[in-house]
Design a protein around this ligand. Structure first.
Ligand SMILES: Nc1ncnc2c1ncn2[C@@H]1O[C@H](COP(=O)(O)OP(=O)(O)OP(=O)(O)O)[C@@H](O)[C@H]1O
Ligand SMILES: [Mg+2]
Length: 367
């Protein structure tokens, strides 16, 4: 099975006054795993339903391969689909569920039996064909749904929060299984999730949705390291925001004032900013918790920010410190401490070093 490209241009959907999706352009490459990531109500399902053909767009077009399918009925698009729940027909056996798309396509009986067996083997459920869905675990049921979606060898597979009903451990296991299967088959996958970890784990690229529009599209590392907007910085991974005023911007770097909390120095202006900040301009800075280094307080050589540890949170293999800066801002710091410095405890004063390259700068008016 070869994956097909999916091209979405200027796609929009209105329900009365509600703009569920607006002006979305996405080019999905053949065999790519693309996730649609966004908060509840951001238009992910509506976008997926238009690609599947269950919703008619108000504007724009959809192509699969070199074929315009904007107004083609769902069963003529040759797309596999896995929904979040209620996916299987409860009164049919597992084998009959998987056979369903082939029966609809009037495939010969012997051929159906062979392909159902293959599809069940693909998701490692070869011995479960005679059972009813209610006799399977949640994870097994979703694997049957995946087998049913893949049995007719579609070039495109759409999945809408397929693991949403599963517990965390099973979800993580299924993420790996689905990803492996997709790579083995070469099928193009468009995968809806509001779980950023899931999107980061599975995707070649992630399209971040917000209020029906595409906020940014890029690889997991691009989104994580170079978020285009504060929304993306906040939604993909954890981040700290700091309100700052640009004090100076010249050949030797940029200085930002954080009021009573101190200063942050950057060696150079991030290339993502079209024009450098002007002195006096209010900006929003974003810093990842793991980019901050903890140092002894008041070390004037390093000019750190100073603060007090308000809480220490154990998260398995690392610790997160909540540090209150002198000016009142609360920062999440996921730090290894400086060599020779013992891990701080609640109430301790600490210094924070923020490396230049770890700071994202956003213009206030562009939020
Ligand atoms: N049939 C409908 N009629 C009216 N409004 C709708 C309809 N379907 C969706 N909407 C609205 O369109 C917007 C986008 O909905 P959509 O279901 O696409 O979001 P979503 O990103 O999938 O959210 P979730 O993560 O909660 O599933 C929402 O504001 C929703 O209320
Ligand atoms: Mg949805």
């Amino acid at each position: 099975m070869d994956g097909a490209s999916v091209s979405v241009r200027g796609l929009g959907k209105r329900y009365g006054a509600v703009r569920a999706v607006e002006g979305v352009d996405i080019e999905v490459r053949p065999g790519e795993f693309l996730s649609l990531l966004g908060p509840s109500g951001s238009g992910k399902t509506t976008l997926l339903m238009m690609i599947a053909g269950f919703e008619v767009p108000t504007e724009g077009s959809i192509r699969i391969g070199d074929r315009d399918v904007t107004y083609v009925a769902p069963n003529w698009r040759n797309i596999g689909m896995v929904f979040q729940r209620y996916a299987l027909f409860p009164h049919m056996t597992v084998a009959d569920n998987v056979a369903f798309p082939l029966r609809m396509r009037k495939v010969a009986k012997a051929e159906i039996a062979r392909r159902v067996a293959d599809a069940l083997a693909l998701v490692q459920l070869q011995d479960c064909g005679k059972r009813l869905p209610s006799e399977l675990s949640g994870g097994q049921q979703q694997r049957v749904a995946v087998a049913r979606a893949l049995v007719f060898e579609p070039p495109v597979l759409l999945m809408d929060e397929p693991l949403g009903a599963l517990d965390k451990k099973l979800r993580e296991q299924m993420q790996i299984e689905i990803k492996r299967l997709q790579q083995r088959l070469g099928v193009t996958v468009i995968y809806v999730t509001h779980d950023q970890e899931e999107a980061l784990t599975m995707s070649d690229r992630i399209a971040v949705m917000r209020n029906g529009s595409l906020e940014q599209i890029g690889s997991p590392t691009e989104l994580y390291d170079s978020p285009a907007t504060p929304f993306v910085a906040d939604f993909v991974g954890k981040t700290n925001f700091l309100e700052a005023v640009c004090h100076s911007c010249n050949g030797t770097g940029l200085e930002f004032g954080l009021g009573q909390s101190g200063f942050i120095y950057l060696k150079e202006c991030p290339p993502a900013l079209a024009t450098p900040p002007e002195p006096g301009e209010k900006m929003r800075l974003a810093v990842r918790p793991e980019a901050i280094r903890m140092v002894p307080p008041g070390d004037s050589d390093n000019r750190p920010l100073n603060g007090v540890v308000e809480a220490v949170i154990f998260v398995g293999s690392f610790r997160t410190y909540l540090v209150r800066l002198t000016g009142g801002e609360l920062l999440h710091v996921q730090a290894s401490t400086d060599h020779g410095m013992s891990p701080p405890r609640e109430g301790d004063r600490v210094g924070l070093n923020i490396p230049s390259q770890a700071v994202q700068i956003f213009r206030k008016r562009r939020q």
